[in-house]
Design a protein around this ligand. Structure first.
Ligand SMILES: [Zn+2]
Length: 213
């Protein structure tokens, strides 16, 4: 996809707006990007998604140059490093969705309290170590926590999710929020039973072929 492709830019803006509608975005904290030829397109900082137009997106080139009127999201390093380290990633969604962020503030992973945790790629959803927002350190910790996973929590911060394309990254970010909410709710009334590694291995095996013809 060319970075100038209008349809791609429109889809990115629609995804950014959908974050507000779905409740996974809080204020202007969320941001979205999509891989294109020569780099990636990312939502700019400080522009409400309602008034965002296709030319307002920032094109971040692989050589570090950027094209656009506005500054990129302050988490552009996180987006860049996911594209560099995860060749399968075609899109990245970053949110401060409330339930997942609440768990991230405990600096704890979401364990296998529900089999759908495997949807994210492993036996738990890890929480990356804490680092100041927008820093290289934050990005480094996130890459580590994302190993073998499609999403992770960011300590005292939020969520990072990736997917082969926009829909998938978005669905994963939403799934993390739903799971975090269920985990939080279960904790209110007792101690959730955590599925064993053998059971999760079985589920992970099933998920490999799930939804495929
Ligand atoms: Zn953030």
């Amino acid at each position: 996809m060319s970075p100038q492709d209008r349809a791609t830019r429109v889809r990115l803006i629609e995804a950014a707006r959908r974050m507000n509608a779905s409740g996974i975005n809080q204020g202007r904290s969320g941001n979205v990007s999509v891989r294109v030829e020569g780099g990636f397109l990312v939502t700019p900082t400080g522009v409400p998604y309602e008034s965002l137009n296709p030319p307002d997106l920032v094109f971040m080139r692989e050589d570090g140059q950027r094209e656009g009127t506005y500054n990129p999201s302050s988490e552009w390093r996180l987006h860049r490093d996911i594209y560099v380290n995860r060749p399968e990633a075609g899109a990245v969604v970053h949110t401060h969705s409330p339930y997942a962020t609440s768990i991230a503030c405990l600096r704890k992973p979401i364990p296998a309290f529900h089999y759908e945790v495997a949807f994210v790629g492993g036996i738990d959803i890890r929480c990356a170590e804490y680092a100041t927002f927008g820093t290289q350190e934050l990005s480094d910790y996130a890459i580590r926590a994302l190993e073998g996973r499609r999403a992770c929590l960011l300590a005292n911060h939020g969520v990072a999710a990736l997917g082969a394309e926009l829909e998938e990254a978005f669905a994963t970010a939403e799934k993390v929020e739903t799971l975090a909410r269920m985990y939080w709710q279960a904790l209110q009334v007792g101690e959730p039973v955590i599925l064993g590694e053998d059971e999760m291995a079985k589920i992970l095996e099933r998920f490999k072929t799930y939804g495929r013809a």
